[in-house]
Design a protein around this ligand. Structure first.
Ligand code: 3PG
Length: 314
């Protein structure tokens, strides 16, 4: 019987990307089942029963999903961050998990600059803003996304700084950024851009002490995960500093937290606080293609050749 690949995306890919995914799965003789824009977890629980493989985005794969997934062998997160997969649970069931690192890096990097320019030009409200040239940007985490932002920053004539606990300082310097020795050291720069995964260590780690250290016009850019920022502290920082900006692609799910931040800013034109309506960093045709096709290829290579290069560990 042909293998079934379930494309379970609460936030759908562009139609063109889905066609390309289907071209990969059908060339392998697999059946692609689409569960896009689904509204309830029950829909996912029903759909997963027949799946040998799953392609997901930020969709949660937890014990409840795995309990219904009798045939599942592999789940691929079409994207970078995999905090939505319970890796202990997948490992416990012998299901392989993968991500597709780097595939949406350029899309996120372009959004970072979009938000920076919107903020620097006062959300185009007619008042005088400022230019990015000669300004400093510091990266917390220097993986594929941060490097793509760094490349654009070089084009803008900005100075880059970076801290990454897993990358030696010499390598950071080789890539044209100035290595920074500590997380706190990043917050001496006007822009700090977050590119860390959500882990026990990073959760709520961006706090008031760090944010209050930032120089005049200090701007935090978060295209990582909202949970990395200490939300109550963020409200206090907005109240204490009229110059501070938060540009965020990942608005808190918690409506009250979001409203508390907006009230503390009182910023009618959206210069100091930018929230996207839904996480938009990877929401481009190109990134959808790159991530989706990579995920489909990884599934085929796994079944046909036992390829596990991008397998994740708990
Ligand atoms: C990622 O980690 O790759 C991004 O956050 C993209 O998430 P999305 O697929 O839900 O847009």
């Amino acid at each position: 019987k042909a293998r079934t690949v379930l494309l379970a995306t609460e936030k759908a890919f562009a139609a063109d990307a889905v066609s390309k995914i289907e071209a990969v799965t059908s060339a392998a003789g697999y059946k692609l089942v689409r569960l896009e824009n689904y509204k309830s977890k029950d829909d996912l629980l029903k759909a997963v029963a027949d799946a040998d493989a799953m392609i997901i985005r930020s969709d949660k794969v937890d014990q409840a999903v795995l309990d219904k997934a009798a045939k599942l062998k592999i789940v691929v997160r079409a994207g970078a961050g995999y905090d939505n997969i319970d890796l202990k649970a997948t490992e416990g069931k012998g299901v392989v998990s993968m991500n597709t690192p780097g595939q949406n890096a350029n899309a996120v990097a372009e959004l970072v600059f979009g938000m920076m320019i919107t903020s620097a030009r006062n959300n185009y409200d007619g008042t005088s803003g400022f230019e990015l040239v000669n300004r400093s940007i510091a990266f917390y985490g220097f993986g594929a996304v941060a490097r793509a932002v760094h490349k654009l920053a070089q084009g803008f004539g900005m100075k880059s700084f970076a801290y990454d606990p897993y990358i030696p300082a010499e390598k950071i310097a080789e890539m044209g950024a100035t290595p920074v020795a500590t997380v706190a050291g990043l917050f001496e720069h006007q822009y700090v851009s977050l590119h860390v995964p959500l882990t026990d260590e990073t959760k709520a780690s961006i706090n008031k002490a760090l944010l209050m250290k930032m120089p005049k016009g200090g701007t935090l850019i978060n295209t990582a995960r909202c949970e990395v920022v200490h939300e109550a502290d963020m409200v206090e920082v907005f109240k204490a500093r009229q110059d501070f900006c938060y540009l965020c692609d990942v608005a808190p799910d918690d409506k009250a937290a979001k409203e508390a931040m907006a009230a503390a800013v009182g910023d009618k034109f959206g210069k100091r606080l930018i929230f996207t309506a839904k996480k938009m960093g990877a929401q481009t045709l190109e990134a959808n293609d790159n991530c989706g096709v990579a995920a489909a290829n990884q599934i085929v290579a796994f079944f046909e050749k036992g390829e596990t290069r991008f397998a994740l560990k708990a």
